[in-house]
Write a protein that binds this ligand. Structure first.
Ligand code: ADP
Ligand code: ZN
Ligand code: ZN
Length: 746
């Protein structure tokens, strides 16, 4: 029988440092009770760090001479237990990242820094004895109205007001809180902590499911007790969200928690409002716009099982789910689920791992599924549910391709496109002009000598901004005023070439002076709430929206009748093998915004390449036709999902250092692969060191090395074997480097 008394156990701790190992500590002097998965404050060199206990080895088994004691046990109950603890260990092995950094990534900032798990109770107001006695003497007014209400019992702060029946009361919640504080100052009422309220508006009925929705819901419910992945493939407006709501409703009825992941831009107040109105339980939100405190409370509420439904962006995949019943990923193809720095995880893929470990169903929804998920559906690993038509009365939009070869363009817009805009406005509709390039113009060119404005720090052209007055680099943020004369030849023939959203906006304002024109891009709208505010203010009036892919999803625009897509031609000829998939998804998403309600929608797509095979398959066969052709090409070229990739990236002031490091990486991988060849799997393919797509950025020279393997296990075994050599090398210390498993931007 091993001795399990804490004083006979060491703490083996995952510390958030970039070293792939654990660190042992003697028990803290306070002898606090410690469990695996609890946070602990430890000395580390000259610093103090917060780590997570991952093992409690017997002291007798370890040489303790050089060990220091831990400083403080921070949790009585582990923050990481059971499934989440195991899944994070898995993520550490999969990303080959240090487990201490994985745990740190999974926690909101305050918990990472060692703050205690916050209270998650609600606040309520109740009368004091003095209040009950003094009510009769109170003057009329809001405090008295409130006091009368509190006579009947404590009231949750979220529902303060004269009484429930007074739904039309236009006074803000702030005024009622002020009244409550007035009562408190006079000693008539007090604020008390109460258990988190499950009180929420009574659930509202949704529309009757149509046949395809019913089939989808039935399939999910039939599998509700076990791990079962579903791909819910349905065009925009086909009613996928209704399917989620039914599956979540069933999950709640069984007393289980549901986690819903949505893309960064998809988490709108509209969506949350719809969930809140329909489910009849409080719905927690988790996204980057919240304060640290709010994020931490949501984390704690999940851990305690109080949060029943959470709708969150990428990092919500790390929430503890002690009573999990269902995971939903909306817009599963969306790029924002992949974390591009630090721990480079993919929230969709990690959610699948968690669903398997939790033994619950997982629903991946999209109008334009990723080729990875489609291939899983084709191969029978995911059940494939299809919603083929729009719900309700909405009709699919009519798509028209405008061939603009040899047509005169103004700010990049053809006469036919402008006619279509005018017609839509005449019919009182809203128009969206989509151009995926922000700024005034992408290039500043000298017409005399051919000079163009380049960033001094990056291998990239500067974008013209502020109506032509400023140059800005979209890669490092550098800015400078536009020169008056060409720096090379001194000529005055500097011209802004091409059109970004800013120039299109300027032109449309002149052309359609009697309607509002609103531009939405990262220049005008850096925050999510700003997007919401802009669009809400714009409302349903006739007018024109100009913007980048920020407008491709999010906030519903029921009055949008025309979507005009311009400037997609560069995307048709990109070197990135994923570019066609991304472009097709973007086109379908943005086109799907037209005609969501009862008004018919129209899409016009302006291009110099109307016969391009991508447009041809997309327009004639839809996304499904495009995707099956694209999958064939991926298979022929042995690209994902038919191969598994990993990327080493390195950057340094001198390209020789980056390349020397990657050459060392290459040799270490080749050595490892050779020793594993006995395993008889096909060998690894390596390409690089090669310059990164942008070889110089913010003053750093950047190179990369790509690994490709047809067997995932092979890839991981080679990495596992080679990484200790790579990490220990002198070359590694002279560069900034990273490893990205399943990279999305090559
Ligand atoms: P998606 O998530 O696929 O874009 P939604 O679930 O948001 O689709 O549905 C689009 C619109 O159609 C919403 O306004 C929704 O209320 C409505 N809707 C969904 N299902 C039905 C149905 N069965 N009958 C009538 N309207 C529906
Ligand atoms: Zn010049
Ligand atoms: Zn730059």
């Amino acid at each position: 029988m091993p001795d399990r008394r804490p004083e006979n156990r060491l703490l083996r701790v995952a510390v958030p440092v970039p070293l792939p190992r654990l660190f042992d500590y003697l028990p803290a002097d306070d002898g606090g009770h410690v469990q695996v998965g609890s946070r602990v404050r430890v000395p580390f060199g000259s610093r103090e760090l917060v780590g997570v206990v991952v093992e409690l080895p017997a002291i007798a088994d370890v040489d303790t001479a050089s060990l220091k004691p831990a400083l403080e046990i921070l949790d009585d109950q582990p923050l990481f237990a059971g499934e989440l603890f195991d899944s994070l260990q898995w993520l550490g092995r999969y990303t080959h990242a240090p487990i201490g950094e994985i745990f740190a990534t999974a926690l909101p900032g305050p918990l990472r820094r060692g703050e205690p798990l916050p209270d998650t109770h609600d606040w309520a107001w109740r009368m004091t004895a003095a209040g009950h006695a003094g009510l009769a003497d109170m003057r009329p007014g809001r405090p008295r109205l409130l006091a009368e209400r509190l006579q009947g019992g404590a009231v949750n702060e979220a529902y303060l007001g004269p009484d429930e029946a007074d739904q039309d009361d236009a006074t803000g919640a702030g005024a009622w809180r002020a009244a409550a504080r007035t009562l408190a100052q006079r000693g008539l009422a007090e604020r008390i902590a109460v258990p988190p309220s499950q009180a929420a508006p009574a659930p509202r009925q949704g529309p009757q499911l149509h046949a395809e929705q019913q089939l989808a819901v039935d399939a999910v419910l039939a599998a509700r007790h076990h791990f079962a992945p579903f791909l819910l493939n349905g065009v925009t407006g086909s009613g996928k969200t209704e399917v989620y709501l039914h599956a979540i409703g069933d999950c709640l009825a069984r007393g289980k928690q549901a986690l819903v992941l949505v893309p960064e831009i998809g988490l709108t107040p509209q969506l949350l409002g719809r969930f809140r109105a329909r489910l009849g339980v409080p719905v927690h939100a988790l996204h980057s716009g919240l304060s640290d405190g709010e994020r931490t409370r949501t984390w704690a509420a999940c851990l305690r099982g109080e949060a029943r439904v959470v709708v969150g962006t990428r990092s919500a995949v790390f929430l503890p789910l002690p009573d999990a019943g269902l995971i939903v990923i909306d817009e599963e193809h969306d790029g924002s689920f992949k974390q591009l720095d630090g721990i480079r995880y993919h929230a969709r893929d990690f959610a699948l791992v968690r669903a398997r470990a939790l033994d619950v169903p997982i629903l991946l929804g999209s109008a334009t599924p990723s080729l990875e998920s489609l291939q899983n559906a084709v191969g029978g690993r995911y059940a494939h549910l299809r919603l083929t038509r729009r719900a309700g009365n909405a009709r699919p939009p009519a798509v028209r391709v405008l061939d603009v070869r040899k047509r005169p363009l103004q700010a990049g817009l053809s006469p036919e496109l402008l006619d279509a805009v005018a017609a839509a406005l005449d019919a009182d509709g809203q128009v969206l002009v989509f151009k995926n390039r922000r700024g005034y113009a992408p290039v500043l060119l000298c017409h005399d000598c051919g000079w163009s404005a380049q960033c001094r720090q990056c291998d990239a052209a500067m974008t013209v901004h502020a109506g032509g007055r400023r140059l800005q680099c979209h890669h490092c943020g550098a800015r400078r005023p536009t020169p008056n004369a060409c720096p090379d030849c001194g000529g005055l023939a500097l011209q802004s070439q091409g059109a970004g959203t800013e120039r299109i906006e300027e032109f449309l304002r002149e052309r359609f002076p009697d309607v509002p024109v609103l531009r939405i891009d990262r220049g005008t709208t850096s925050r999510r709430d700003a997007l919401e505010t802009h669009l809400a203010r714009f409302g349903d009036t006739r007018g024109i929206l100009v913007g980048t892919q920020m407008l491709a999803k999010g906030h519903d625009l029921p009055n949008l009748t025309l979507v005009a897509v311009v400037g997609i031609d560069e995307g048709l000829f990109s070197a990135d093998f994923r570019a066609p998939e991304k472009l097709a998804q973007l086109l379908i998403q943005v086109a799907g915004r037209a005609g969501r309600a009862d008004r018919a929608g129209q899409v016009v797509l302006q291009t110099h390449h109307p016969e391009h095979p991508l447009l041809d398959s997309l327009l004639n066969g839809g996304y499904g036709a495009f995707a099956s052709i694209e999958l064939e090409q991926r298979e022929a070229a042995v690209f994902p999902p038919f191969a598994h990739l990993a990327m080493f990236r390195a950057e340094a002031k001198q390209v020789e250092l980056a390349d020397a490091f990657l050459l060392l990486v290459r040799r270490a991988l080749e050595d490892a692969d050779r020793t594993l060849r006995a395993a008889a799997a096909p060998a690894l393919e390596l390409s690089g060191p090669l310059p990164a797509p942008m070889p110089r950025r913010a003053g750093y020279q950047r190179s990369q090395l790509l690994l490709s393997a047809t067997a995932r296990a092979r890839l991981h075994r080679v990495l596992q074997q080679a990484l200790p050599v790579i990490r220990a090398s002198a070359e590694a210390r002279r560069v900034r480097w990273s490893l990205d498993v399943d990279p999305v931007d090559l």
